[in-house]
Ligand binder design. Structure first.
Ligand SMILES: [Zn+2]
Length: 377
């Protein structure tokens, strides 16, 4: 049995930010918005531009303290500003971190703490009610697709990187304007793009019956595989940027079906204290190893993935993804990312406990994760 839903509102197209933003603020009756963004984007002037776009009808306050991996501490700081400034809505502007952080601020502004009780593994899905303030998500990367997703990944004060999932966490509107990604540097384009590609692959082979998700994932994979190299080498072209943003959107529309062992491990590693490991980079390193591990269960489905990536039928899917990662100039091992052997011991049991482990097509134990992490080292 499956629950299949695709109820989300998306504006998609180059140059539509201004018009879509005004329309959505009016529709949602927003009067004072907290703009959740990061310091990198502040330097580009985009948050100021958005604030000016909203004025004079909608007042706004900028919170630019989004960490590379969003944390409970940043959620608390954002919530404080939201309350001090008497905001009535959130506007997330940035990559998946800013969007996930805005979701967590929206959640904590309308639900009593502590945040950890709303995590999926603590039965949070049933505790998140339909009383969150309006949230508009404006992605500036093409990767996580959090703008259309019902989840947020937050590093708690105790260093666990946990998933929060609810239909009420889906932004009230996503504004996907690929023009906002034109200046994203090659390295980040590649790393976030590999996150989108991983979502499509991992969703497609997840152990759940959801044909619409499979179709969306294959379409997203086609777009990602055909455009990621060009977007990462000549980022000034709007067409590959548009295709990558579509791939990211598709990946996240599809992954409500469920992810798997790649994300179980990248969540575990991403929460390591004192580290800022990039989620997309971790996925790119881990994906080939998980594909080999899962092959006995779902290898028969790899032909369609290879076809979507325009690979010959004789190609090895895991090897081809490793090669793509290397071509993009990304690390291909965990040691290249300065992960240590001790980190692997910490991450293996956490991966087994991660909510995405449940939908991996081949059952994976802590010992299996220790082996996979060691292979990827
Ligand atoms: Zn991801």
């Amino acid at each position: 049995m499956s629950l299949i839903t695709y109820l989300t509102r998306i504006h998609f197209g180059a140059g539509l930010l201004d018009e879509a933003l005004r329309m959505e603020c009016g529709r949602l009756a927003i009067t004072r918005a907290l703009i959740v963004t990061d310091k990198g984007l502040m330097a580009t002037g985009l948050p100021e531009r958005v604030a000016n776009l909203l004025a004079p009808d909608v007042a706004s306050v900028i919170f630019d303290e989004t960490p590379q991996n969003p944390t409970e501490a940043a959620t608390q700081a954002g919530l404080q500003l939201y309350r001090d400034e008497k905001c009535d809505a959130l506007l997330a502007l940035g990559g998946g971190s800013a969007i996930d952080l805005a979701k967590a601020i929206a959640l904590t502004s309308s639900h009593d703490g502590p945040l950890s009780q709303y995590a999926v593994i603590h039965g949070g899905i049933a505790k998140i009610m339909n009383r969150l303030p309006p949230l508009i998500a404006i992605p500036t990367t093409a990767g996580t697709g959090s703008e259309v997703g019902r989840g947020a990944i937050i590093v708690l004060n105790d260093h666990r990187k946990l998933g929060f999932i609810s239909p009420h966490l889906i932004p009230d509107a996503a504004i996907c304007d690929p023009e906002l990604t034109l200046t994203l540097p090659p390295h980040l384009t590649a790393a976030t793009g590999m996150d989108a590609l991983t979502h499509c692959v991992e969703t497609y082979i997840a152990a759940v019956f959801n044909p619409p998700a499979d179709g969306i994932a294959i379409d997203g994979l086609k777009r990602a595989a055909a455009n990621i190299r060009q977007a990462a080498t000549d980022g000034s072209q709007i067409e590959p940027r548009t295709q990558m943003m579509a791939a990211a959107m598709n990946g996240a529309l599809a992954f409500q079906k469920g992810l798997g062992a790649v994300h179980a491990m990248s969540h575990a590693l991403g929460g390591l204290p004192g580290r800022t490991l990039h989620h997309g980079m971790l996925n790119a390193v881990l994906l080939p190893h998980v594909l080999r591990f899962n092959e006995p269960e779902v290898g028969h489905r790899y032909a369609e993935l290879k076809q979507a990536m325009s690979l010959p039928a004789s190609a090895d899917l895991a090897d081809a993804i490793s090669q793509l990662t290397a071509d993009l100039g990304l690390p291909t091992t965990l040691s290249q990312m300065n992960v240590t052997r001790t980190d692997l011991d910490t991450a293996a049991p956490l991966a087994e406990q991660d909510h995405t482990n449940a939908t991996n097509p081949r059952k994976a134990s802590t010992a299996d994760y220790a082996m996979l992490l060691s292979e990827a080292f």
